[in-house]
Ligand binder design. Structure first.
Ligand code: WT7
Length: 655
C-alpha cells in the first residue's frame, strides 16, 4: 500500500460551502501554536465543569501527565443531562437498528432516565467509585447506557468486544479486577443469534473478584443461571428511580480501561481519565467532522467494543449533543446494501468507517450503493489503517457522490482521540495521507536515533508533547507504560509504533506498524499473542506468525508451525489439513475469531538469525508469495527452500 501512495497526486480542495462556514477555519492552527495550553483550555470550556481547573497541564513527572488539575466534572452529566437541561430533551440521541430489523429511537431525555436507572442499580449492587465493571455486550443501547451509568457513579468501565473468547474475557477480568459483569444473553450477527452468556459463565468461574453478572435480554436464547450471582437487567434496572444526582469527579479520575494488543502476549490495559479525554474527543468530533448538532445525523459504523466506538459512538457525539445512528449487525445482512439503506432511511450526513469495509464494498461493486439515495452525506471519515488511494477515491466517488471530503484520521487506543487528520473546512485533501497534526498536537517523523527528519523522508512517528486524551498508564503496570511508549527516545517523547513518511509539503503518510503488531481489518493483533496461543496447543513445538498483506483486510494472519515429534505423523497425513483446521479453531477459541490465522503452514524449520531471532521478513516474503529478500544472515539458508517447497500442500483458508 505504501508504494501506491507515491503515485497518487490528485488533490481535492475544500468544498465551497464548507470553506465559508465550517466549525473550524485555518486560523485555528496558528491560534494553537501561539499557546497550546490556552488552546486546550478553551476547548475544555466547551464542557460543563463543577469546579474549574487551577492548572491546564502538570508535566513535571513525565510521562505521567495530569490535565486540568483541580478541575471536577461528571462525564455522564456532560453527555446527557446538560443537553436535557438546555431544552434538547426531545432530540434523538440514537437511531438504533438491530440486525433483524428491529428499531428503537432514544431521545436525550429517555437516555437520561435510563442512565439514572442503571446508575441506581449499580449502586444497589454495591458498585463504588473506582470499581471496575466489565461490559461484554452486543451493539445495543444498553451497552451505551451501561457505560454512562458507570461514568456517572465514577466506576471504571472495561468493555470487552463481544467477539472475544471466554479466555480473552477471563484474562481481562483478572487483570482489571472487575467486580461486576454486564452482558446479554446474546446478540445478532450474520443473521443468527450468537450467545454471549456462556463465555461469561466460563470466564467468571475462573476469576475471583466478580460478584454479580447482570444480563440484558436481547435474543431470548436459553441461558444457564447462577442463583445469587446472576440478575436480569430488566429485574434490577427497570424498577429504579429515574432520578440520580451526579457527583463530580476529579479531572484525572479513571473513566475506562480498554485492552489492546502489544508486542508481547499479554494485552495492555490502556487507562483513560475524565476531563482531558472528554475535552479532546468532544473537540475533535466537532472539528474533524464539522458536526452541526441541530441538523447532522452522525454514524460511526464500528463496534462500541473498540476505542473508535468509545470516543466516536459514545463520548464525543454525546458531549456534542449529536444525533447518531447505531447499528448492531454486519454490512451484508440480510443484503449487501444494508448500510446504504440505513444512510438513506435516517438521512445520515456524516459517515465514519474503516478502509477494510470500503474495500469490501468496492469488491461488491458500485451498483449496490447506487441503488440508494446517499445525497444526505456531506463528510466522510476513515480510521484504523492507512487508506490506500484507490479505496479513498472509490469512497469519495461512490459513497460521497464526489462532494464529501474524506477525513483520514490517524490515532490509537492510546491516544484516545484523533491526532493527525485533515480538517474539512481547511485542508486540500491528498488521498492516502492523514496529512497534518491537529491544532494543539505535536507529531514528528524521526530516524532511529530520534533526530527529526526533513520533508520527503521516511522514519518513525513520535508525539513530542503530551495531549489531553492521552493514556495515563497501563492498568497496574506503570513500568510497562514507560517502557513501551516513553523509553525509546526519552521520557518526553511518545513512540507510536508506526512508520511514517513526510512528503515535500510536510504532510504525513502513515506506513503501518514497525513492531510485531498486525492490523487485520483495522484491529490490532499481536504476532506474539497468536504465537503463544499456537504453542499452547499440544501438537505445536514452535510457531512464527506474520501479517501478510491482504487486499481486503489490510493484513491477514499467516502462521508457520513446527509440530512436536509425536504429532509430526498427523501433520503428514491428509497433508495435515485436519490438524491445520484444528489449530485455526484453537486460536479462534483462545483469542477470538478475528485472530484466526488465514493460513497455517506446517514446516520443518523456521528461518533464524545466528542470534536465534526469527526472521519474519523472510516469512512475510513467503506469505506474500514474493522473491525472497536477503538470506545471508540466516544460520541455514536451505531452510527457506524447504519452507517454499512445503507451501501449497499445507495452506488453508476456508473463510
Ligand atoms: C493503529 C492503532 C484508532 C482507532 C482504531 C485503531 C493504525 C489507525 C490509522 C490511519 C494509518 C492508522 C496505526 C495505529 N491506524 N488509524 N488513519 N492511518 N494507520 O486503534 O487498535 O489502537 O490501532 O492503527 O497503525 O498505530 P488501535
Amino acid at each position: 500500500m505504501s508504494e501506491s501512495t507515491e503515485l497518487e497526486s490528485r488533490r481535492f480542495p475544500v468544498p465551497e460551502q464548507l470553506a465559508a462556514r465550517a466549525n473550524v477555519g485555518p486560523e485555528v492552527y496558528e491560534e494553537a501554536s501561539r499557546d497550546r495550553l490556552a488552546f486546550w483550555a478553551r476547548q475544555a470550556e466547551r464542557l460543563t465543569w463543577e469546579q474549574t481547573w487551577d492548572q491546564v497541564l502538570d508535566w513535571t513527572n513525565p510521562p505521567f501527565a495530569k490535565w486540568f488539575v483541580g478541575g471536577r466534572l461528571n462525564v455522564a452529566y456532560n453527555c446527557v443531562d446538560r443537553h436535557v437541561e438546555a431544552g434538547h430533551g426531545e432530540q434523538v440521541a440514537y437511531h438504533w437498528e438491530g440486525e433483524p430489523g428491529d428499531r428503537r429511537t432514544i431521545t436525550y431525555a429517555q437516555l437520561k432516565d435510563e442512565v439514572c436507572k442503571a446508575a441506581n442499580a449499580l449502586l444497589e449492587l454495591g458498585v463504588q467509585a473506582g470499581d471496575r465493571v466489565a461490559v461484554y455486550m452486543p451493539m445495543i443501547p444498553e451497552t451505551v447506557i451501561a457505560m454512562l451509568a458507570c461514568a456517572r457513579i465514577g466506576a471504571v468501565h472495561m468493555v470487552v468486544f463481544g467477539g472475544f473468547s471466554a479466555d480473552a474475557l477471563a484474562s481481562r477480568l483478572d487483570d482489571s479486577g472487575a467486580v461486576l459483569v454486564i452482558t446479554a444473553d446474546g446478540g445478532y450477527r450474520r443473521g443468527a443469534a450468537s450467545a454471549l452468556k456462556p463465555a461469561v459463565d466460563d470466564a467468571v468461574s475462573r476469576s475471583g473478584a466478580v460478584r454479580n453478572v447482570v444480563v440484558v435480554k436481547r435474543t431470548e436464547q436459553d441461558v444457564d443461571w447462577t442463583e445469587g450471582r446472576d440478575l436480569w437487567w430488566h429485574d434490577v434496572v427497570d424498577r429504579q428511580s429515574t432520578e440520580h444526582t451526579p457527583e463530580a469527579f476529579d479531572a484525572e479520575h479513571p473513566l475506562y480501561i480498554m485492552y489492546t494488543s502489544g508486542t508481547t502476549a499479554k494485552p495492555k490495559g490502556i487507562m483513560h481519565t475524565s476531563g482531558g479525554y472528554l475535552t479532546q474527543v468532544a473537540w475533535t468530533h466537532w472539528a474533524v467532522f464539522d458536526l452541526q448538532p441541530d441538523t447532522d445525523v452522525f454514524w460511526t459504523a464500528a463496534d462500541v467494543g473498540w476505542v473508535t466506538g468509545h470516543s466516536y459512538i459514545v463520548y464525543g457525539p454525546l458531549a456534542n449533543r449529536a444525533t447518531s445512528v447505531m447499528y448492531e449487525g454486519t454490512p451484508e445482512t440480510p443484503h449487501r446494501g444494508r448500510w446504504f439503506e440505513i444512510i438513506d432511511r435516517y438521512e445520515v450526513s456524516i459517515l465514519y468507517t474503516a478502509p477494510t469495509v470500503i474495500r469490501t464494498f468496492m469488491k461488491w461493486g458500485e451498483d449496490i450503493p447506487a441503488e440508494f439515495d446517499l445525497s444526505s452525506l456531506r463528510v466522510l471519515g476513515s480510521v484504523g489503517e492507512p487508506i490506500n488511494p484507490e479505496a479513498w477515491l472509490w469512497y469519495h466517488e461512490h459513497i460521497g457522490g464526489g462532494r464529501c471530503p474524506v477525513m483520514d484520521t490517524w490515532w490509537q487506543t492510546e491516544t484516545g482521540a484523533h491526532m493527525i487528520t485533515p480538517l474539512p473546512g481547511v485542508t486540500t485533501l491528498k488521498p492516502g495521507s492523514a496529512q497534518t497534526p491537529l491544532p494543539g498536537i505535536s507529531a514528528k517523523v524521526v530516524d532511529d536515533e530520534g533526530n527529526e527528519l526533513g520533508d520527503d523522508t521516511t522514519g518513525l512517528l513520535v508525539l513530542t508533547e503530551p495531549w489531553p486524551a492521552m493514556l495515563r498508564t497501563i492498568w497496574g503496570d506503570d513500568d510497562r507504560y514507560v517502557d513501551t511508549y516513553w523509553s525509546r527516545f526519552g521520557r518526553e517523547v511518545y513512540f507510536a509504533g508506526d512508520g511514517a513518511k513526510k512528503d515535500a509539503d510536510g504532510d504525513i503518510w502513515l506506513l503501518g506498524r514497525v513492531d510485531d503488531v498486525m492490523n487485520v481489518s483495522g484491529h490490532r493483533i499481536s504476532t506474539t499473542e497468536v504465537e503463544s496461543s499456537l504453542v499452547a496447543h499440544p501438537t505445536v513445538a514452535e510457531a512464527a506468525v506474520v501479517g501478510a498483506s491482504d487486499p481486503t483486510t489490510g493484513q491477514g494472519i499467516v502462521a508457520f508451525v513446527i509440530l512436536r515429534g509425536d504429532a509430526e505423523q498427523l501433520g503428514r497425513e491428509d497433508s495435515g489439513d485436519d490438524l491445520v483446521q484444528q489449530l485455526r479453531q484453537h486460536v479462534a477459541k483462545d483469542i477470538g475469531p478475528i485472530a484466526k490465522p488465514r493460513q497455517i503452514m506446517v514446516v520443518q524449520e523456521l528461518p533464524k538469525t545466528r542470534s536465534g531471532k526469527i526472521m519474519r521478513r523472510l516469512l512475510r516474503d513467503v506469505a506474500e508469495d514474493r522473491e525472497l529478500g536477503d538470506v545471508t544472515t540466516l544460520t541455514d539458508s536451505s531452510v527457506m527452500s524447504l519452507i517454499k517447497d512445503k507451501l501449497p500442500a499445507t495452506s488453508s483458508s476456508d473463510d
